[in-house]
Design a protein around this ligand. Structure first.
Ligand code: UN1
Length: 525
């Protein structure tokens, strides 16, 4: 299916979109507190759109010296930002939310064009940023700790939360801006300053956000070093992970990358917040509403071209409905509209790059060698509209849970069909039988099954949904997972606590000095 740019819902060309976002100079030079990638003509990286392969820009990669400068700028900004009352910090975040509303369309388009997700999802990503801003504004008046009763007379105890300092944010290409905003907006109301290292694959959306935020800082006469951006390679991420001046590093990406970050941060006893790989399953019991389930499965498996941490990778189906589900899926898959992500009719955009295409093909080869059966898809699309070489046909494979390929997270649209028999506990065992523990779901209208899935012997994931797919979480809940997913929690609920340091205070308002635990310690004088 060919779609030309004329058919696209673009009111402006991508150049105009960049202009609208304030990105006029694509090779910007160093600017304090707003490092876009170092000085000119140094280690330049070209950025190509996965949609059409066109070069969008080239960006200068930062050096270790740039990193040093960003850190000292951030340290300086922290001194005043931490003294700004939290609700005032919330007011700044409120203004950022307003700006994001203003720029939702061009930013959503840029996300879509630079990363390859369809426009609906690009706009959804910006909406997720707006939502977290709103959440953080409310939170700025609720950063509260507990008070407790002291065992000693006329003593008072309570806990308070203080800003941490510099929060390092390492984000992934697949949610180039939303995951950064989850971290940054919470960190900002908590009184922290942020140094952001975006994915090397999506620096332009990061630049756009930095422009948007900068406007707010300038309007409020605040130091630009509150929000910092550094575009660089893995070396910059490594510097950050080893840097004792960065008390918290929040990293999103593969388990392999997260282990490196976790080890480096752990070795210096810093805090890390890791949101790593998932291998998410949907369980379909005999009591599933298949109409509902089908939509959730397809969105979960092929949405974002299978490149969400929460993408549905495994479908665990009761044997009595297995053939029916397979048949229904095989009707839908061959007709999925694959094409330019900015076209309103497209549901499946491209993979991020050639390496991702290769990983997709290799996983399909390996799983077949292990005994899996490829039922549909797997081709790399060629011809008009597909010149970038990043478009693939989403695949469905009949497989067994224990296959090594099924145990791994392949960041591509491959859905493994796995059969189970007997009761729901067998399905839960399969669902839990992988190294990762991010998201999980069950489709059933039987209370005994759904409650078993949610019980403490049920799903072992950070996210467990009933009659909803694995992807597309709201920002209000804590987001993250167990096991190889890294254990971190971002976004809603009380995830803010990790961005602050906790202090217990005991105050004596008597004229005695009783010791806790009734200890007597009388000194002679
Ligand atoms: C990710 O893939 O890293 O729940 C984040 C979801 C989105 C966030 C995904 N709200 O699918």
């Amino acid at each position: 299916m060919k779609q030309t740019i004329d058919q696209l819902p673009l009111t402006k060309t991508i150049e105009d979109v960049l202009q609208q976002l304030g990105i006029k100079d694509l090779n910007p030079t160093y600017s304090t507190g707003l490092v876009w990638g170092g000085k000119e003509n140094r280690n330049t990286k070209a950025i190509h759109s996965p949609a059409d392969g066109n070069k969008i820009a080239s960006v200068n990669m930062a050096t270790p010296e740039d990193y040093e400068q960003v850190i000292s700028t951030a340290q300086e900004a922290f001194k005043s930002w931490r003294k700004t009352p939290a609700p005032k910090r919330g007011e700044v975040v409120r203004q950022i939310g307003d700006k994001l509303r203003e720029y939702k369309e061009p930013l959503g388009k840029l996300v879509s064009y630079e990363m390859g997700k369809i426009l609906q999802e690009g706009l959804g990503e910006v909406q997720e940023m707006i939502d977290i801003c709103d959440f953080a504004v409310g939170l700025s008046r609720q950063l509260h700790g507990y008070t407790m009763h002291s065992e000693r007379p006329q003593h008072r105890m309570y806990e308070q939360y203080h800003p941490l300092g510099i929060v390092g944010v390492i984000s992934a290409f697949n949610f180039p801006v939303a995951v950064w905003s989850w971290n940054t907006m919470l960190a900002a109301v908590c009184g922290d300053v942020v140094v952001w290292k975006p994915s090397e694959k999506t620096p332009l959306t990061a630049l756009a956000c930095q422009h948007i935020i900068r406007e707010v800082l300038v309007n409020n006469e605040l130091p630009e070093g509150i929000f910092n951006l550094i575009i660089g390679d893995a070396e910059i991420g490594s510097l950050m992970s080893h840097d004792g001046r960065v008390p918290l590093v929040s990293a999103t990406g593969s388990t392999r990358m997260g282990k490196k970050v976790g080890e480096a941060v752990g070795a210096r006893l810093g805090k890390s917040l890791l949101e790593l790989g998932g291998n998410n399953a949907i369980i379909l019991t005999e009591n599933a509403d298949l109409e509902m389930a089908l939509r959730a499965i397809v969105f979960g498996a092929v949405g974002t071209c299978g490149q969400r941490c929460t993408s549905t990778r495994r479908l665990i189906i009761h044997e009595n409905i297995y053939e029916q589900v397979k048949e229904r899926l095989l009707k839908v898959y061959p007709n999925l509209p694959i094409g330019h992500p900015l076209s309103s009719t497209t549901l499946v955009g491209p993979l991020i790059d050639k390496e991702a295409v290769k990983a997709f093909q290799q996983a399909l080869e390996r799983v077949q060698a292990e005994g899996g059966t490829l039922l549909t898809g797997g081709e790399v699309l060629e011809g008009e509209g597909f010149e970038s070489g990043n478009y693939v046909k989403p695949a469905i494979v009949e497989a067994k849970n224990e296959y090594e390929t099924v145990q791994e997270e392949t960041f591509a649209p491959i859905l493994y069909l796995i059969k189970y028999s007997g009761d729901v506990e067998n399905a839960i065992e399969l669902q839990n039988g992988v190294r990762q523990g991010l998201s999980s779901a069950i489709f059933s209208s039987n209370l005994l099954e759904t409650e078993a899935f949610l019980s403490h012997w049920g799903s072992d994931c950070g996210i467990a949904n009933v009659n909803i797919g694995t992807s597309g979480a709201e920002i209000g809940g804590a987001f993250g997972g167990e096991k190889d997913t890294g254990g971190g929690r971002e976004s809603g609920s009380d995830a803010w606590r990790v961005y602050m340091r906790r202090q217990t205070n005991t105050i004596n308002y008597s004229r005695e000095l009783p010791l806790a635990q009734g200890i007597r310690f009388d000194i002679m004088d």
